[in-house]
Design a protein around this ligand. Structure first.
Ligand SMILES: Cc1cc2nc3c(=O)[nH]c(=O)nc-3n(C[C@H](O)[C@H](O)[C@H](O)COP(=O)(O)OP(=O)(O)OC[C@H]3O[C@@H](n4cnc5c(N)ncnc54)[C@H](O)[C@@H]3O)c2cc1C
Length: 543
């Protein structure tokens, strides 16, 4: 395995601190609320982040191009911290990285040198132009065409691009676009600079949330670019290039969900400490804490543990972690959403007003389950790939994960790894049961299995992190135990749905379900409320 990529942790923290200070100075909360109300993207602020004073974009660029060569962990941490402050600005800023990715992943050495050095030194605002009115989740359906222009000897000298892009972040403010267009050999990315004749911004979108980010269509009418702007120098590799970056771009958007959810729950917890009802602070009410604060907190921690594990694997040189990126994004953004929703509830009527910021966070975080792969597309990706892996490995994929959990549990005080192992073993049996019964291709089953797979994999990562923190952070073990039990309970609910949902009445199915480890209600519930109370107490007392 290669050495871990990325910045030294102190340097990463320095960048994050600088970023926070610049936000505090230029865009305090009152200003963020104004931008949201005015539906305005703070272009000058984005330029400040790209300026030599801050240079935050350098984290995302390779060292050879004048960047700092940040890794997946750096990108995830910066994304989470920026999303905690404002998801609209984070979207605008991180869209620059997304737009740059096709060049980083697929550019020729000359293209990397030329474009990446310019992005680094000039601080160009970049946009990623893939989506079209009729091609959203199904990227392969794009209609934008790039026709070859030949010289007298039949050599390609230029391409002429025609088409319309939809919902492009930074669509009206970018200086450089990476545009996916159909060439004779298939979809290909092109670099197109602002000012190129025939390129213009389309309709500005009046959005539900992330109103501080500019989202617009991009219209290309007979846009002529030199052949040198075909990224990678060969036609037809655009979808491969887009897919190659999913491991960490999805991690990045997952970090958005995580950051927004954390910001909402931090505000809700602070409020609950102050707000007195029925003679005591809300934070003292056991049910209020369990339902609205603690359960969300520990789910966010589970997402964080998983995302950190995947980021570390990417930084250690592992390739092909697209499914892991999908798992991280799917659950972090869904949990970010449900947490922000509960945070509104936690503030009662005040949560519903604009003044308290949570209402804005709730609207902002809503986008994260839609862009960079909708939740349903991710469920398909997760379900399909893990099913194939289970069949291919004859069940070894999840059973070895379960064995790791058994080993973990035997070496330490309980972090819930034994329960996670039971959930993983049951999951493995359920996948194989659905496979044998040929029901697995039915989409509701695939989606439900994807939920169970996601939670089981998160539970495994959470248990590992809890072991690593067993001495320093004692609240981690009860959190990971709670999450493991919730996972086991959900595996059983999912088993019933998947195995019996399409079958009228069948004793063999009943026998299968009763035989699962998760069928024992004691395993998923014993001590659960005590552990939730332990975490609630820690939250109540923490600064
Ligand atoms: C604010 C914002 C910023 C964006 N920024 C960018 C950007 O910078 N660059 C860019 O290229 N794009 C961008 N997008 C586009 C975004 O990636 C797409 O909106 C997204 O991929 C979904 O495509 P769609 O909107 O066409 O929805 P559709 O693909 O039409 O999906 C509609 C619904 O159907 C579901 N669905 C679709 N296919 C299936 C299936 N096979 N089975 C089951 N369910 C299915 C989806 O999950 C969804 O719930 C942005 C979008 C927004 C709103």
């Amino acid at each position: 395995m290669a050495n871990s990529a990325g910045l030294a942790p102190e340097m990463r923290e320095m960048f994050i601190q600088t970023m926070k200070q610049v936000f505090d100075r230029d865009l305090p909360e009152s200003k963020l609320l104004e931008l949201d109300a005015a539906d305005e993207c703070p272009v000058d602020f984005i330029k400040t982040l790209l300026s030599p004073e801050v240079g935050l974009h350098l984290v995302f660029l390779p060292e050879e191009a004048g960047g700092l060569g940040g890794g997946a962990m750096d990108i995830a941490r910066v994304s989470e911290e920026m999303a905690k402050i404002d998801l609209g600005v984070a979207t605008a800023f991180l869209a620059i990285s997304l737009g740059t990715d096709p060049i980083i992943v697929g550019g020729t050495p000359e293209q990397k040198k030329f474009w990446l050095s310019r992005i680094a030194s000039e601080g160009l605002i970049v946009a990623y132009g893939v989506t079209e009115p009729a091609a959203g989740s199904n990227v392969a359906a794009i209609e934008t065409r790039a026709d070859r222009i030949l010289d007298d000897d039949g050599n390609i000298t230029h391409y002429k691009i025609n088409g319309t892009k939809q919902f492009i972040s930074n669509g009206a403010i970018a200086q450089l676009y990476t545009i996916l267009a159909k060439t004779p050999e298939g979809p290909s990315f092109f670099c197109v600079e602002t000012g190129t004749e025939g390129l213009q911004a389309g309709k500005h979108e009046d959005k539900h949330g992330i109103r501080a980010s500019d989202t617009a269509g991009v219209v290309l009418e007979d846009v002529v670019v030199p052949v040198e702007n075909l990224i990678g120098g060969i036609e037809g590799v655009g979808l491969k290039q887009a897919n190659a970056v999913f491991g960490y771009t999805r991690l990045m958007v997952g970090a958005f969900g995580l950051g927004a959810g954390q910001a909402a729950i931090d505000k809700a917890l602070a409020y609950a400490k102050e707000r007195i009802q029925f003679g005591s602070a809300l934070v003292e009410k056991e049910g209020y804490m369990a339902k609205l604060i603690t359960r969300n907190w520990l789910k966010l921690e589970a997402c964080r543990a998983y995302s950190e594990e995947v980021a570390a694997r990417i930084d250690n040189g592992e390739d092909g972690l697209q499914v892991e990126g999908a798992v991280a994004k799917y659950w972090s953004t869904e949990i970010g959403n449900s947490t922000a929703d509960d945070a509104i509830q936690a503030l009662g009527g005040y949560g519903y007003t604009r003044e308290y910021m949570i209402e804005k966070i709730r609207r902002d975080v809503r986008i994260t389950t839609i862009y960079e792969g909708t939740s349903e597309i991710l469920q398909s990706v997760i379900g399909m790939n893990r099913w194939k892996e289970t069949v291919r490995s004859k069940g070894e994929f999840y059973s070895s994960m379960a064995d790791d959990m058994v080993e973990l549990e035997s070496g330490c005080d309980s972090v819930g790894a034994g329960i996670a192992a039971a959930a993983l073993r049951d999951l493995n049996s359920i996948i194989q049961f659905c496979h044998a019964n040929k029901s697995i291709r039915r989409q509701p089953i695939m989606f439900r299995l994807a939920d169970m797979m996601t939670q089981c994999e998160l539970a495994s990562a959470f248990c590992k992190k809890a072991v690593a923190k067993i001495e320093s952070d004692t609240h981690y073990a009860p959190m990971s135990r709670c999450f493991a039990r919730n996972t086991l309970a959900d595996v059983y609910a999912g088993a019933a749905e998947c195995c019996a949902g399409y079958i009228a009445e069948d004793d063999s199915v009943k026998k299968f379900l009763i035989g699962l480890e998760s069928a024992d209600p004691m395993l998923a519930n014993t001590d659960q409320l005590n552990d939730i109370q332990l975490v609630s107490t820690w939250l109540r007392e923490k600064d």
